[in-house]
Design a protein around this ligand. Structure first.
Ligand SMILES: Nc1ncnc2c1ncn2[C@@H]1O[C@H](COP(=O)(O)OP(=O)(O)OP(=O)(O)O)[C@@H](O)[C@H]1O
Ligand SMILES: [Mg+2]
Length: 181
């Protein structure tokens, strides 16, 4: 089964494919308004108005290897089946913002999955991209910024296995402190 982490990976891959140099990933869990929101924002090539309106249709894709793009339609479907909603805002030459809102306590709301794992995977595989990750719950907030991490690393690559292991542990520990369920 799919989970939030896999969706985040998919949507962030779109940003990477669109040549983004900065990607922000936000997860906002709010028990008070019963929402679980995933936002991916990038400064990549963006999409035309026409493309944006078509992109939620699984028969539209600019990929040539396969006819159907499924990343966005699947996320939209999964959010909407919980009673949530889905929005894309994109501007050509400026970037794209994808926001999927799930109803937190709906039985079909996907499990989180290994969000720490995919964040670290994205960072390690794309050392040239500036990632910001923020996770907010009713218990608190955790934020990570690769630009800041790179400064403290003083020239050591963020893709270095020991750094990657450290990052994963750090994200997991911090997540555990703010997770509600
Ligand atoms: N962040 C983005 N910036 C620019 N274009 C995007 C972005 N996200 C999606 N697109 C455009 O929308 C299309 C559909 O995206 P979607 O993720 O649904 O499918 P895909 O990436 O083509 O295939 P799949 O995700 O199934 O491997 C992409 O092919 C791309 O042209
Ligand atoms: Mg995709």
């Amino acid at each position: 089964m799919r989970d939030m982490a896999m969706h985040i990976m998919d949507i962030a891959q779109n940003s990477i494919y669109a040549n983004a140099t900065a990607i922000t990933i936000e997860v906002i869990e709010n028990k008070d308004d019963d929402s679980y929101v995933v936002i991916v924002d990038d400064n990549g090539g963006g999409m035309s108005r026409e493309m944006v309106s078509k992109v939620t249709d699984p028969y539209v894709t600019t990929r040539t290897t396969r006819k159907t793009g499924l990343g966005i339609p699947l996320l939209k479907l999964n959010a909407e089946r919980t009673g949530g909603n889905f929005h894309i805002h994109s501007e050509e030459g400026k970037g794209t913002n994808v926001k999927a809102e799930f109803v937190f306590t709906h039985p079909d709301r996907l499990p989180a999955g290994d969000i720490a794992g995919i964040i670290v995977l994205l960072i390690a595989a794309n050392p040239g991209i500036e990632f910001k990750y923020q996770h907010v719950t009713n218990k608190g907030k955790y934020a990570l910024c690769t630009a800041e991490i790179n400064e403290t690393l003083e020239g050591v690559s963020i893709s270095e296995p020991s750094v990657v292991r450290f990052l994963k542990e750090m994200i997991k520990e911090n997540q555990q402190q703010i997770l509600i369920s």
